[in-house]
Design a protein around this ligand. Structure first.
Ligand SMILES: C[S@@+](CC[C@H](N)C(=O)[O-])C[C@H]1O[C@@H](n2cnc3c(N)ncnc32)[C@H](O)[C@@H]1O
Length: 236
Protein backbone atom coordinates (compact mmCIF):
# COMPACT_ATOMS: atom_id res chain seq x y z
CA UNK A 1 0.00 0.00 0.00
CA UNK A 2 1.17 3.53 -0.76
CA UNK A 3 2.72 5.42 2.16
CA UNK A 4 1.13 8.88 2.49
CA UNK A 5 3.51 11.36 3.98
CA UNK A 6 2.57 13.86 6.64
CA UNK A 7 1.54 17.25 5.22
CA UNK A 8 1.79 20.10 7.74
CA UNK A 9 0.09 23.03 5.98
CA UNK A 10 -3.60 23.99 5.84
CA UNK A 11 -5.73 22.57 3.04
CA UNK A 12 -8.88 24.62 3.75
CA UNK A 13 -9.56 28.14 5.03
CA UNK A 14 -12.81 30.10 5.26
CA UNK A 15 -15.81 28.94 3.22
CA UNK A 16 -15.38 29.90 -0.44
CA UNK A 17 -17.66 32.60 -1.87
CA UNK A 18 -20.05 31.24 -4.50
CA UNK A 19 -18.13 32.98 -7.34
CA UNK A 20 -14.78 31.52 -6.30
CA UNK A 21 -16.35 28.09 -5.85
CA UNK A 22 -17.73 28.31 -9.40
CA UNK A 23 -14.31 29.26 -10.84
CA UNK A 24 -12.78 26.32 -8.99
CA UNK A 25 -15.41 23.82 -10.13
CA UNK A 26 -15.52 24.99 -13.74
CA UNK A 27 -11.82 25.40 -14.41
CA UNK A 28 -9.84 23.10 -12.14
CA UNK A 29 -10.86 19.78 -13.79
CA UNK A 30 -9.41 21.07 -17.09
CA UNK A 31 -6.06 22.22 -15.73
CA UNK A 32 -5.42 19.90 -12.78
CA UNK A 33 -2.47 17.51 -12.90
CA UNK A 34 -3.48 14.07 -11.62
CA UNK A 35 -0.57 12.03 -10.32
CA UNK A 36 -1.78 8.46 -10.16
CA UNK A 37 0.96 5.87 -9.81
CA UNK A 38 1.23 5.33 -13.58
CA UNK A 39 1.03 9.07 -14.30
CA UNK A 40 3.91 9.66 -11.88
CA UNK A 41 6.09 7.20 -13.77
CA UNK A 42 5.44 8.78 -17.17
CA UNK A 43 5.02 12.50 -16.43
CA UNK A 44 6.32 14.72 -19.26
CA UNK A 45 5.66 18.30 -18.11
CA UNK A 46 5.73 19.87 -21.58
CA UNK A 47 2.94 17.51 -22.69
CA UNK A 48 0.58 18.92 -20.06
CA UNK A 49 0.13 22.07 -22.14
CA UNK A 50 -2.04 22.30 -25.24
CA UNK A 51 -0.42 25.24 -27.06
CA UNK A 52 3.18 25.39 -28.18
CA UNK A 53 5.47 26.30 -25.31
CA UNK A 54 9.21 26.96 -25.14
CA UNK A 55 9.88 25.68 -21.59
CA UNK A 56 8.16 24.74 -18.33
CA UNK A 57 8.43 26.69 -15.06
CA UNK A 58 7.22 25.57 -11.63
CA UNK A 59 6.02 27.54 -8.61
CA UNK A 60 5.79 25.69 -5.29
CA UNK A 61 3.35 27.06 -2.69
CA UNK A 62 1.87 29.83 -4.85
CA UNK A 63 -0.54 31.00 -2.12
CA UNK A 64 -3.08 33.32 -3.78
CA UNK A 65 -1.26 32.98 -7.12
CA UNK A 66 -0.35 36.66 -7.65
CA UNK A 67 3.20 35.90 -8.79
CA UNK A 68 2.19 32.89 -10.90
CA UNK A 69 -0.61 34.74 -12.73
CA UNK A 70 1.75 37.65 -13.46
CA UNK A 71 4.42 35.32 -14.88
CA UNK A 72 1.87 33.40 -16.96
CA UNK A 73 0.52 36.62 -18.49
CA UNK A 74 4.02 38.03 -19.13
CA UNK A 75 5.34 34.76 -20.62
CA UNK A 76 2.73 33.20 -22.90
CA UNK A 77 5.39 30.98 -24.51
CA UNK A 78 6.07 29.29 -21.13
CA UNK A 79 3.99 26.55 -19.53
CA UNK A 80 3.72 27.18 -15.80
CA UNK A 81 2.93 24.51 -13.23
CA UNK A 82 1.62 25.77 -9.91
CA UNK A 83 1.66 23.58 -6.84
CA UNK A 84 -0.50 24.51 -3.84
CA UNK A 85 -2.58 22.30 -1.50
CA UNK A 86 -4.54 25.21 0.09
CA UNK A 87 -7.94 25.15 -1.65
CA UNK A 88 -8.70 28.83 -1.07
CA UNK A 89 -5.43 29.80 -2.81
CA UNK A 90 -6.18 27.44 -5.70
CA UNK A 91 -9.65 28.98 -6.05
CA UNK A 92 -8.18 32.53 -6.05
CA UNK A 93 -5.76 31.59 -8.82
CA UNK A 94 -8.48 29.81 -10.82
CA UNK A 95 -10.46 33.07 -10.78
CA UNK A 96 -7.44 35.02 -12.11
CA UNK A 97 -6.75 32.38 -14.78
CA UNK A 98 -10.39 32.61 -15.92
CA UNK A 99 -10.57 36.40 -15.85
CA UNK A 100 -7.20 36.94 -17.57
CA UNK A 101 -7.83 34.05 -20.02
CA UNK A 102 -4.50 32.41 -19.23
CA UNK A 103 -4.13 29.11 -21.07
CA UNK A 104 -0.54 28.27 -20.06
CA UNK A 105 -1.12 27.23 -16.41
CA UNK A 106 -1.57 23.75 -14.93
CA UNK A 107 -2.09 23.05 -11.24
CA UNK A 108 -1.09 20.29 -8.87
CA UNK A 109 -3.19 20.74 -5.75
CA UNK A 110 -1.27 18.56 -3.35
CA UNK A 111 2.09 18.20 -1.62
CA UNK A 112 5.01 19.50 -3.72
CA UNK A 113 7.19 16.59 -2.59
CA UNK A 114 5.04 14.17 -4.61
CA UNK A 115 5.28 16.35 -7.71
CA UNK A 116 9.03 16.84 -7.29
CA UNK A 117 9.60 13.10 -7.23
CA UNK A 118 7.49 12.61 -10.36
CA UNK A 119 9.17 15.31 -12.44
CA UNK A 120 11.85 14.00 -14.82
CA UNK A 121 15.47 15.15 -14.67
CA UNK A 122 16.20 18.48 -16.38
CA UNK A 123 12.54 19.23 -17.13
CA UNK A 124 12.04 22.63 -15.45
CA UNK A 125 13.67 25.86 -16.60
CA UNK A 126 12.70 28.06 -13.64
CA UNK A 127 11.59 27.14 -10.15
CA UNK A 128 10.02 29.57 -7.68
CA UNK A 129 9.66 28.94 -3.93
CA UNK A 130 8.41 32.24 -2.56
CA UNK A 131 7.95 32.77 1.16
CA UNK A 132 7.66 29.09 2.11
CA UNK A 133 6.20 28.51 5.59
CA UNK A 134 9.13 29.31 7.91
CA UNK A 135 8.38 26.85 10.74
CA UNK A 136 10.64 28.89 13.04
CA UNK A 137 10.68 26.53 16.06
CA UNK A 138 13.65 24.19 16.00
CA UNK A 139 11.48 21.12 16.60
CA UNK A 140 9.52 22.02 13.44
CA UNK A 141 12.51 22.59 11.13
CA UNK A 142 11.98 19.14 9.62
CA UNK A 143 8.67 20.42 8.23
CA UNK A 144 10.40 23.03 6.05
CA UNK A 145 9.79 22.50 2.34
CA UNK A 146 13.41 23.44 1.67
CA UNK A 147 15.46 20.59 3.14
CA UNK A 148 18.29 18.30 2.02
CA UNK A 149 15.92 16.00 0.11
CA UNK A 150 14.02 18.71 -1.78
CA UNK A 151 17.18 20.69 -2.53
CA UNK A 152 18.50 17.57 -4.28
CA UNK A 153 15.25 17.36 -6.24
CA UNK A 154 15.52 21.05 -7.24
CA UNK A 155 18.98 20.40 -8.70
CA UNK A 156 17.75 17.25 -10.44
CA UNK A 157 14.66 18.72 -12.14
CA UNK A 158 16.26 22.00 -13.25
CA UNK A 159 17.76 22.16 -16.74
CA UNK A 160 21.41 23.16 -17.11
CA UNK A 161 21.53 26.94 -16.71
CA UNK A 162 18.04 26.88 -15.13
CA UNK A 163 17.05 29.29 -12.38
CA UNK A 164 15.78 28.89 -8.82
CA UNK A 165 14.26 31.86 -7.02
CA UNK A 166 13.58 31.69 -3.29
CA UNK A 167 12.33 34.43 -0.97
CA UNK A 168 11.83 34.57 2.78
CA UNK A 169 11.30 37.20 5.45
CA UNK A 170 12.44 34.88 8.25
CA UNK A 171 16.10 35.31 9.17
CA UNK A 172 16.57 31.81 10.54
CA UNK A 173 14.99 30.31 7.42
CA UNK A 174 17.22 32.51 5.22
CA UNK A 175 20.28 31.12 7.00
CA UNK A 176 18.90 27.60 6.66
CA UNK A 177 18.27 28.07 2.92
CA UNK A 178 21.74 29.51 2.34
CA UNK A 179 23.26 26.60 4.24
CA UNK A 180 21.34 23.84 2.45
CA UNK A 181 21.63 25.34 -1.01
CA UNK A 182 25.27 26.20 -0.29
CA UNK A 183 25.90 22.47 0.15
CA UNK A 184 24.51 21.75 -3.32
CA UNK A 185 27.31 22.23 -5.88
CA UNK A 186 24.84 22.10 -8.77
CA UNK A 187 23.15 25.29 -7.56
CA UNK A 188 25.18 28.49 -7.53
CA UNK A 189 23.97 31.60 -5.69
CA UNK A 190 24.21 34.39 -8.26
CA UNK A 191 24.38 37.38 -5.87
CA UNK A 192 27.50 39.52 -6.14
CA UNK A 193 26.37 42.60 -4.15
CA UNK A 194 23.83 43.22 -1.38
CA UNK A 195 21.35 44.78 -3.83
CA UNK A 196 21.18 41.41 -5.60
CA UNK A 197 19.49 39.78 -2.59
CA UNK A 198 17.94 42.77 -0.80
CA UNK A 199 15.44 43.47 -3.57
CA UNK A 200 13.52 41.78 -6.36
CA UNK A 201 14.34 41.88 -10.07
CA UNK A 202 11.87 43.72 -12.35
CA UNK A 203 10.46 40.41 -13.59
CA UNK A 204 9.80 39.22 -10.02
CA UNK A 205 6.44 40.59 -8.89
CA UNK A 206 5.38 40.75 -5.26
CA UNK A 207 3.07 38.35 -3.45
CA UNK A 208 0.42 38.72 -0.79
CA UNK A 209 2.64 37.21 1.88
CA UNK A 210 5.48 39.56 0.95
CA UNK A 211 3.15 42.58 1.25
CA UNK A 212 2.20 41.46 4.79
CA UNK A 213 5.88 41.03 5.73
CA UNK A 214 6.77 44.50 4.43
CA UNK A 215 3.78 46.07 6.22
CA UNK A 216 4.99 44.45 9.45
CA UNK A 217 8.45 46.01 8.96
CA UNK A 218 10.27 42.82 8.01
CA UNK A 219 12.89 42.84 5.26
CA UNK A 220 12.69 39.83 2.95
CA UNK A 221 15.68 38.36 1.15
CA UNK A 222 15.43 37.37 -2.51
CA UNK A 223 17.80 34.58 -3.47
CA UNK A 224 18.52 33.53 -7.05
CA UNK A 225 20.45 30.37 -7.93
CA UNK A 226 21.68 29.11 -11.26
CA UNK A 227 21.79 25.40 -12.09
CA UNK A 228 25.29 24.46 -13.29
CA UNK A 229 26.05 22.40 -16.36
CA UNK A 230 25.92 18.64 -15.85
CA UNK A 231 29.14 17.86 -17.73
CA UNK A 232 31.12 19.95 -15.22
CA UNK A 233 33.37 17.51 -13.25
CA UNK A 234 32.13 18.64 -9.82
CA UNK A 235 28.47 18.83 -10.75
CA UNK A 236 26.00 16.00 -11.30
C1 LIG B 1 3.61 31.52 3.66
S1 LIG B 1 2.68 30.96 2.31
C2 LIG B 1 3.32 31.91 0.93
C3 LIG B 1 2.37 31.91 -0.24
C4 LIG B 1 2.85 32.70 -1.46
N1 LIG B 1 4.04 32.10 -2.05
C5 LIG B 1 3.12 34.16 -1.12
O1 LIG B 1 4.30 34.55 -1.14
O2 LIG B 1 2.13 34.88 -0.84
C6 LIG B 1 3.37 29.34 2.00
C7 LIG B 1 2.53 28.52 1.03
O3 LIG B 1 3.16 27.25 0.82
C8 LIG B 1 2.13 26.27 0.76
N2 LIG B 1 2.72 24.97 1.10
C9 LIG B 1 3.05 24.52 2.34
N3 LIG B 1 3.53 23.27 2.28
C10 LIG B 1 3.50 22.92 0.97
C11 LIG B 1 3.83 21.73 0.27
N4 LIG B 1 4.30 20.65 0.92
N5 LIG B 1 3.64 21.70 -1.07
C12 LIG B 1 3.18 22.79 -1.73
N6 LIG B 1 2.83 23.94 -1.11
C13 LIG B 1 2.98 24.00 0.22
C14 LIG B 1 1.10 26.74 1.76
O4 LIG B 1 -0.18 26.16 1.53
C15 LIG B 1 1.13 28.24 1.55
O5 LIG B 1 0.20 28.67 0.59
Amino acid sequence: MERRRQFYGRRHGHKLRAGRQAHLQNLLPDIAIELTESARATLVPAELFSGSIRAVWLEIGFGGGEHLAWQAAANPDIGIIGCEPFVNGVAALCQKIDEDRLNNVRLYTDDARVLLEALPDASIERLFVLFPDPWPKKKHHKRRIINPATVGQFARILVDGGMLRVATDDLSYAQWILMHLGRTPALEWTARRAVDWAGRADDWPGTRYEAKALAAGRHPVYLTYKRGRREHPEIS
